[in-house]
Each structure stands twice: as C-alpha cells, then as structure tokens.
Design a protein around this ligand. Structure first.
Ligand SMILES: [Zn+2]
Ligand SMILES: [Zn+2]
Length: 329
C-alpha cells in the first residue's frame, strides 16, 4: 500500500517536473516567430534610423566645434591668454578635429570587408577527383550564400557577411569589421581626447555660466551661455561613455577578440570550467601581435598608428588569421 503511494508520489513529482519544461518548450515554440518578427523589426528600424544617428553624431561634434571657435577661443583671448598659447590651443583643436572627421568618414564610408563568393564548383570537382577527402569543406553562409571564412559573421541589418565582424554600429550606420575597425577605434580615441580637451579648456567658462549674470567676471550673451553649458555637458557625457566603450575595445584589441567572440569565449569558458578544462582564445597571440593585427605593423611607442593615413596598413587579407597552434608548430 505504502509502496503504491510512494510510486504514485514519484510519478506525480516527475509529472510536475516535466510539465514546466514542456510548457516552457511550448511557450518558446509559440514565441519564436514573435521573437523573430521583433528582431526583424529592430533590423529594419536600425536600417531606417541609421542615417539619422550619423546626422545626430555630426551635429553634436559640429556644435561643440562651433562653440570652441566662436565662444571659447574669444573668451580666452579676452581673459589675457598669450597669443602664442592661443595659437597652439587652436592648432591642437584643429588637429583633433581633422582626425575625428577623417576617422569617422573612413569608419562610416569604408566597407567593413566582404568575403568572396563561395567557390562551390571548384571544390566539388576537386572533391570528386580525390574521393571527397581532399580538404575540410569551407563554410557557406546559409543566408547570403557567400564563403564564410573564420571570424566572419552575417549581419542581419546590412544583409551581408562581414569579415572579422565586431558589431553593427548605428552611430556610423555601418558594420564594424576587418577593414574599418582601426578607424572606428581611432575615432573613439580622438573623440575622447577632443571632449577632454574641450572640457578642460572650457571649465572656467562653464563655471562662469553657472553663476548669476550679475556675479560674472565676463560679459556673456544669453545664447553663448546656453551654447557653453550645453556643449560642456555634452563633452563630459560623451567622454565618460567613450571611456567605457573605448576601454572595452582596447581590451578586445589587446586580447584579439571581436565583440561577438568576446561573448562566445565567455560562454566557452563557462562550459570548459564545468568540464574542468581551460578555454583559450585561439587567436590571442600576445598583446604586441594582437595590436599589430588591427593597427598594422607599427610600433606602439612610435605612435604612428595614431595617424592611419601615414601608418603601415595591416598585412592580413582578412580571410585567414594565425592561431596559437600555428606559432607552436
Ligand atoms: Zn552571409
Ligand atoms: Zn551591419
């Protein structure tokens, strides 16, 4: 009797255990089309609002630049800054601006790198000749049907495969990949330096705008006060955001990972830990080699990599990447 009761209880508890899982599976099956539709909508939205993000980014940069040259520099001239120092400040401002716009234009307009067409026919004939064991078959993207080399991923917003894809960035309305990653990083670096520079030079003027007009030591028009306050706050906010994003990308560069690979490696590390194994990023060749894969064969302390129009370009084609095992062999 007791045995029967316990058997029934086991059955009941088993049923209770299985039911939530089955329910979850059924729910997932029901929600999968909705999730796919929502993701498609996000992709379409990113494609539509992409140019608006670019316009917004350029507007913010131009607004701060306008305030720098029309309010801040005249204020510094009036407050007794030496002419030579003023010239140097303007020259440094122009240098930062040129590099911000150059790297932004390159990151936005340059193709991130697309793989070639899938060489299906060639491989089929070679496979046939050599009994099918000729070489491991290359991967083909099932969405755009192109060759999918290592580290390439399909971008659902651009609807194409991208070499060494990092992510799709709405701020440049483009994918960040093999060809434009260094420009993207340098844009963030110069923008952060520009924001810091403006925040530093404009700090005393910003403090003036924070006190009532009658207590100010300089005369400021109402629109100038608004320009200075807004542009200073924009600079500080962008600088803080870039410190986080730029710091993350510097870590990715030095460890030879893309943002996608960072998440894959995290998951791989967790699985390996459960098995008692150690997961290693196969592309991590040491900081110096990792850095040169992105910024070309330029010495870090030579600082030529900061100027991509004169620095040496990365030597890789973007289709193959050396791994740790290549260097051990
Ligand atoms: Zn594809
Ligand atoms: Zn994309």
């Amino acid at each position: 009797m007791g045995f029967g009761a316990s058997g029934s209880a086991t059955k009941e508890s088993g049923f209770l255990c299985i039911r939530p899982r089955r329910l979850a599976r059924q729910c997932l099956r029901c929600f999968a089309p909705c999730c796919n539709l929502a993701l498609d909508c996000v992709d379409v939205a990113l494609r539509v609002i992409g140019p608006l993000f670019v316009l917004l980014a350029l507007t913010l940069i131009c607004f701060v630049m306008y305030t720098f040259f029309t309010v801040l520099i005249p204020y510094r001239a009036d407050s007794g800054t030496a002419s030579i120092q003023l010239l140097l400040e303007m020259a440094l401002g122009c240098f930062l601006l040129v590099n911000i716009f150059y790297n932004y234009a390159m990151a936005t307009c340059l193709s991130p790198g697309e793989p070639p067409d899938f060489p299906g026919e060639v491989l089929e004939s070679k496979d046939a000749e050599l009994g099918g064991d000729y070489a491991p078959a290359p991967k083909q993207c099932h969405k755009c049907l192109k060759l999918k080399p290592p580290r390439a991923h399909h971008c659902s917003v651009c609807k194409r495969c991208v070499l060494k894809m990092d992510h799709h960035c709405p701020w440049i309305n483009n994918c960040v990949g093999f060809n434009n990653y260094r420009y993207f990083c340098l844009f963030m670096l110069f923008l952060a330096m520009g924001c810091l520079y403006y925040a530093f030079l404009g700090y005393s003027l910003f403090l003036q705008t924070m006190v009532p007009a009658r207590k100010r030591t300089v005369r400021l028009k109402f629109e100038d006060v608004q320009c200075v306050t807004l542009s200073w706050l924009i600079s500080v906010c962008i600088f803080c955001a870039l410190c986080l994003l730029g710091g993350f990308h510097m870590y990715l560069v030095l460890t030879n990972q893309t943002t996608i690979e960072f998440h894959l490696n995290m998951a791989g590390r967790q699985i390996a830990r459960k098995r008692g194994e150690v997961h290693r990023n196969p592309y991590d060749l040491g900081m110096s080699r990792n850095f040169q894969q992105v910024f070309g064969p330029n010495r870090f302390l030579g600082f030529l990599w900061l100027l991509p129009y004169v620095a040496r370009r990365p030597t890789s084609s973007g289709l193959e990447y050396p791994t740790v095992s290549d260097f051990r062999a």
